[in-house]
Design a binder for this molecule. Structure first.
Ligand code: FMN
Length: 274
């Protein structure tokens, strides 16, 4: 099969694939009237799969993606605006979890959803560490506290501003407010040289976060956790991250112990209409 394969029986020559290609590496062949790749196709194709997925007749295949490999968009599954609003606004950071591990199949599903996030140049740069054992989450949380104690000693003012003093005092008092007693933590990491690692990983974790609600799970960003991963070598090593990577986000996952009945009020949009 060539790089771009057009089934001429199916192609209706509507040039939608050409119009939609974000990299402009498809054009309509003036002789045949069918789409063809530009000479620089290989250099600039983002591998986003849009051309395959936007074609109404399934006429276009790439050597790595055929229409039949893609999940169909099912019209009857389109969410209503009200459902979308409840999903997006009703998501909460969950901080009280049941003492129950999440089956690995569900954790895997979360990662598959996360990987559907947009990423700059469709790089999909994220890598994942899933901490599967609750005792390991606890051990790693204790390392975050070790790091905080170091900062408190070195720079008590900064530690106070960042809330470390209170967090460590709470820990010493028996409150685990680093990972909140969650059975699992998922860390997103990427090559530190990639300029959009932070945005890409944040978006992926955000999709994952939103999806948890639909499958009865709860999540909470672990801000202290991933900051500590990058700042504290023993924690970085304990997670086994490659030296040229940075952690760009961490999220705690588990089954929520409680249910929310209301959606809190947020600040109104601060907007300048031009
Ligand atoms: C980047 C980031 C870091 C966060 N870090 C923590 C954290 O370390 N611990 C925690 O309990 N919540 C953390 N949160 C959750 C926020 O406190 C929470 O989103 C906010 O209070 C609003 O609540 P909601 O998510 O339920 O709407 C973090 C959120 C973000 C976006």
């Amino acid at each position: 099969m060539s790089l771009v394969n057009i089934d001429q029986q199916k192609c209706n020559q509507d040039s939608i694939c050409v119009a939609e290609c974000p990299a402009r590496v498809l054009l309509m062949d003036s002789e045949t009237g069918y789409p063809i790749p530009t000479p620089d196709f290989n250099d600039y194709c983002l591998k986003c799969g849009h051309c395959v997925c936007v074609c109404p007749t399934g006429a276009l295949s790439l050597d790595w993606l055929r229409p039949e490999d893609c999940v169909s968009v099912k019209q009857d599954l389109t969410v209503t605006p009200q459902q979308a609003e409840q999903l997006l606004c009703g998501r909460r950071s969950i901080r009280v979890f049941k003492e129950k591990k999440v089956p690995r199949t569900l954790l895997q599903k979360l990662l598959e959803i996360a990987c559907c996030a947009p990423s700059a140049k469709n790089r999909q740069p994220w890598h994942w560490v899933v901490v599967q054992e609750p005792y390991e989450v606890r051990r790693l949380a204790a390392m975050v506290i070790d790091w905080m104690r170091i900062i408190i000693k070195k720079n008590p003012e900064a530690a106070e501003v960042m809330g470390f003093t209170r967090t460590v005092a709470a820990w010493d008092d028996g409150h685990e407010s680093i990972c909140r007693g969650a059975p699992h933590v998922i860390v997103a990491h990427a090559d530190k040289e990639w300029g959009f690692g932070s945005e890409d990983c944040t978006l992926a974790l955000s999709l994952l976060d939103l999806y948890t609600t639909s499958i009865g799970l709860g999540a909470c960003w672990g801000g202290y956790f991933y900051k500590a991963v990058n700042a504290y070598a023993p924690l970085f090593e304990a997670l086994g991250l490659p030296a040229h990577h940075l952690a760009f986000g961490a999220i705690m996952i588990g089954f929520p112990k409680f249910k929310y009945h209301r959606i809190p009020v947020r600040k109104r949009p601060r907007v300048t209409w031009k």
